[in-house]
Design a protein around this ligand. Structure first.
Ligand code: NAD
Length: 358
């Protein structure tokens, strides 16, 4: 296969972890006989420094022409001035919008060798394997907002709006994913209070009944879901929800495995390239020290191969190699337990490459 993959290393530890993922991509290309054209482009703070724009036109054009995009992370204290004209995160919001990435996929499957790093008890977390599908470009984060009045009479508002078309397309992504997994879909809303959730519920049910009748389907209120996630996480397969509920629930769920450094995510649209990234930020506190954990980015690379390039066997090979490395006891500092020794960014990637070639 010939594929054009754009790398957006970004800021902080971004370049360190993306360069390790690049080694993995090159190894996959060699082993399976693919031609991957890889090119790096600036985004975030480094792009502000160079171009005065967190998403320069040249970067956006390269992404548009690509088959998939791999992102490190953006941001850092250097660009935190609240009075600045623009911020690194603006680059992220813009790229999602420009590429039409309306569905965010976040797998939560704690690694067996790290179950004791979880803040939850082993017997609750063991066997958890959830795929969250969060709507990413609609809802309250994008609705009308404003302020009015003065003093004690000052008020502010945000508006949560979803169209049926927006609900349908994200539910279809989630339902199709559930069909390829254990066949269960949970839709999360707040239909006992919100009109917009009643539309969401009605629309989601219609899509599932008509187009995915074999799925096991359930509806859960968002407040109940917040409890179920930490009391019985193993009951869920694919969970679909709106932008704000998904924002909160996926952050809650990301605590289950006990490490940010192992969790990848994907943002996809109806067509065109998907965007793949670790869920953590640019970790400026450890940037340049050679100790960042590259595994979330390497696992994001596996998602890229599976979802954008349909290279399932190659994705499986990367995930199996990461599992093997963790089973063998190799740890970066962020996932090492008290008393365990740790290795650096390049060393743990070396082990992954070795496991892939073994
Ligand atoms: P963070 O995820 O960068 O870091 C939180 C903690 O986790 C830090 O102690 C960090 O050292 C550690 N950590 C994170 N990733 C790690 C890794 N791969 N290996 C080892 N340790 C790791 O979150 P933060 O500190 O709140 O944010 C730092 C910057 O990142 C901010 O500018 C924020 O806006 C930005 N950010 C960017 C994204 C993104 O690009 N998608 C997401 C979240 C935060």
């Amino acid at each position: 296969m010939d594929a054009n993959i754009v790398l957006l290393p970004g800021d902080g530890i971004g370049p360190e972890i993306v360069s390790q993922a690049e080694r993995v991509l090159r190894a996959i290309a060699e082993r399976y006989g693919h031609e991957f054209e890889l090119s790096s482009h600036p985004i975030g703070g480094c792009a502000i420094d160079e171009f005065g724009d967190p998403l320069p036109e040249s970067t956006l054009n390269a992404c548009r022409k690509s088959d998939a995009v791999l992102l490190g992370a953006v941001g850092g204290p250097k660009w935190d001035d609240p009075h600045a004209k623009t911020r690194p995160e603006a680059g992220l919001l813009k790229i999602r919008k420009e590429l039409g990435l309306f569905a965010n996929l976040r797998p939560i499957n704690p690694h067996p060798a790290l179950l004791d790093s979880s803040p939850l008890k082993r017997h609750i977390i063991e066997g958890t394997d959830i795929l969250f599908v969060r709507e990413l470009t609609g809802g309250i984060y994008f609705g009308d907002s404003g302020r009015q009045g003065e003093g004690d009479h000052a008020s502010a508002f945000n508006t949560m709006v979803y169209s049926q078309a927006e609900v349908k397309r994200v539910v279809r992504v989630a339902a199709a994913a559930a069909l390829k997994r254990r066949g269960k879909l949970t839709s999360v809303d707040k239909a006992n209070v919100l009109e917009v959730s009643r539309l969401w519920r009605h629309t989601a049910e219609e899509v599932v009944k008509k187009e995915f009748p074999t799925l096991e389907y359930e509806v859960v209120l968002v407040d109940a879901m917040a409890m179920h996630l930490i009391s019985r996480p193993t009951d869920f397969d694919v969970v679909v929800t709106g932008n704000m509920f998904g924002d909160i629930l996926t952050d809650e769920a990301s605590m289950l495995p006990g490490s940010l450094g192992l969790l990848p995510s994907a943002s996809v649209g109806e067509s065109g390239p998907g965007l793949y990234e670790p869920i953590h930020g640019s970790a400026p506190d450890i940037a340049g020290k050679g100790i960042a954990n590259p595994l979330a980015t390497i696992l994001a690379t596996a998602m890229l191969l599976r979802h954008s390039l349909q290279l399932g066997a190659e994705a499986d090979a990367i995930e199996a190699a990461v599992t093997q490395v963790l089973d063998a006891g190799h740890r970066t500092a962020d996932i090492a337990q008290k008393g365990e020794s740790s290795i650096g960014t390049t060393e743990i990637a070396d082990h992954v490459l070795q496991a892939m070639s073994g």
